[in-house]
Design a protein around this ligand. Structure first.
Ligand SMILES: Cc1cc2nc3c(=O)[nH]c(=O)nc-3n(C[C@H](O)[C@H](O)[C@H](O)COP(=O)(O)OP(=O)(O)OC[C@H]3O[C@@H](n4cnc5c(N)ncnc54)[C@H](O)[C@@H]3O)c2cc1C
Length: 469
């Protein structure tokens, strides 16, 4: 699954866990969340370790678009739900996060193509014109400095001037080097389960046991924490990204319509790229991803990939304390850079025993009933749909592979992959373009030959050698 980011950056592999540990703080997950949290704990005296199931940056962070922006198209929705004070607080949190990341990049001289850009929020559709104008009014009311866009390409747009873009993996790999000088990072070390005892947790990994006083869950999907019903508070949305050669421009765009098209530019070694994404569809609707990619493929894209993010129902993340010594950071509603920066600050403060002004705002225990309903119905819908359509189309059910190409199991055979998700038994959908098996219920992904790429599943899918050969 090469992306523009993985093809234009390099990172050294770190060793896996090779012994049992007795430590103070364990951070699970080496994406932008885990690393921003670890960065905030660099000056602590406690024994801290970070474990990553695959390689640092191999999760959804490697498949984002890399916009660092507060123009997120969500303020009208937050306002409708919570009113002006909370909306303004969320807006200010995003501005603060941008200042923090600017400082991290400057202080550490991180080379990650960090550029200031203009950002547009637009619509091309009369149906969404009113929605955009409402967003504009609220933004002005909470103190956002913006202008009406003058670009003729859009029906209506607003623009701001102080947003940024970067190369997400160059940022992450630099942070990894800085952090690992003080905090050991173990790659290819997958957490399989967490058991709570009175004063500590026992964390079982595939490489050893870690006894730890505190656990920070930065592993994207909120599993491992049954008593808190977190999976019932989140849904997953998928988008499709295409990268093509292009002229270079210094702006980014985001539409307010329900497909949320997004675009930015990137320059690497004198080659200019346009990065375009669209979709934002609930994963339970994605049983024919090839069709979505087809739209992109026709335009001769250099790179194609899909990505998903966790949505919370009130457009604000879940960051903070779940239990006395258990912390979580997830649910970024596609704005993972600013919100993971805030995760670092909030969880860092809580661990140090300091207060943080956003603790209440992002409290992971807040109740969002609408999303619980959506989470249950969408995963049940996906389960039923895949049950009905299983084996009806060529890429479902038991399939075989030749030269990494999926073919029907009664063709010329090499392997048989049983396409059931080991997490909760949902039938998997084959993603022809990226050669992955994707779970339409909870978002686990597996390589064509069954190796788990991202959870909640902790197991590979079963592969049998075909007896006929
Ligand atoms: C199409 C799209 C575009 C986006 N573009 C942007 C953008 O332009 N700007 C922006 O701000 N946000 C963007 N986002 C959102 C952003 O990508 C995510 O919110 C963010 O990357 C989440 O980071 P994370 O560290 O929480 O997750 P991840 O990057 O997935 O990191 C979690 C890590 O935990 C590891 N892990 C999982 N399970 C275990 C286990 N059992 N044991 C050990 N390790 C484990 C995984 O391997 C992974 O590396 C976009 C999202 C989408 C869908």
């Amino acid at each position: 699954m090469d992306t523009l980011w993985s093809s234009t950056s390099f990172d050294k592999k770190y060793k896996e866990l090779d012994k049992d540990l007795d430590i103070d703080i364990l951070i699970i997950g080496g994406g932008i969340t885990g690393l921003n949290i670890a960065y905030n704990l660099l000056n602590e005296r406690e024994k801290i370790v970070l474990v990553e199931a695959n390689r640092v940056g191999s999760g959804v962070t490697s498949r984002m678009t890399g916009k660092i922006s507060y123009l997120q198209g969500c303020y009208y929705d937050i306002y409708k739900k919570y009113g002006r004070t909370i909306t303004k607080k969320y807006f200010l949190s995003q501005l603060e996060a941008i200042e923090i990341i600017k400082r991290i990049i400057a202080d550490n001289k991180i080379k990650c193509n960090f550029e200031k850009t203009i950002s547009y929020l637009y619509t091309d559709n009369y149906k969404y014109l009113n929605r955009l104008k409402q967003e504009e009014n609220i933004l002005r009311d909470i103190g956002c400095i913006l202008e009406k866009g003058t670009k003729k390409d859009f029906l209506y747009s607003i623009k701001v001037f102080d947003t940024y873009t970067f190369h997400p993996l160059k940022y992450l790999y630099s942070l990894k080097k800085i952090i690992s000088k003080k905090i050991p990072i173990y790659e290819n070390t997958r957490v399989l389960g967490i058991e709570k005892y009175n004063e500590y947790y026992l964390v079982k990994t595939d490489k050893g046991i870690i006894k730890t006083k505190r656990v920070v869950l930065a592993n994207f999907y909120p599993n491992f924490i049954k008593p808190f019903f977190m999976p019932l508070k989140v849904t997953l949305q998928k988008s499709y990204i295409g990268v093509s050669s292009s002229e270079m421009h210094n702006y980014t765009t985001l539409s307010v319509d329900n497909k949320q098209s997004s675009m930015r530019f990137y320059k690497d070694k004198n080659i200019n790229y346009k990065i375009y994404s669209y979709g934002n569809v609930n994963i339970s609707n994605e049983n024919n991803m090839s069709k979505r990619f087809l739209k992109l493929k026709r335009d001769n894209y250099n790179y194609l990939w899909s990505n998903m993010d966790i949505m919370t129902g009130d457009f604000m993340p879940f960051i903070g304390r779940l239990d006395k010594n258990l912390y979580i950071a997830t649910g970024y509603n596609t704005w993972g850079i600013t919100n993971s920066i805030l995760s670092g600050k909030i969880i860092g403060d809580l661990i140090r025993g300091d207060s943080n002004k956003y603790e209440g705002l992002f409290n992971p225990k807040r109740k969002i009933y609408k999303n619980t309903f959506l989470a249950v119905t969408s995963s049940f819908k996906a389960y039923l749909k895949e049950l009905i359509y299983h084996n009806k189309s060529w890429y479902h059910g038991r399939i075989t592979f030749q030269d990494n190409k999926a073919i029907l199991s009664d063709g010329v055979d090499k392997h048989v992959v049983l396409s059931k998700c080991p997490h909760m038994g949902c039938n998997l959908v084959y993603n022809e373009v990226e050669k992955t098996w994707d779970c339409p219920c909870h978002g686990s992904r597996f390589s064509a030959l069954g190796n788990v790429i991202c959870g909640p599943s902790n197991k590979n899918i079963k592969v049998e050698n075909d007896k006929k050969n």
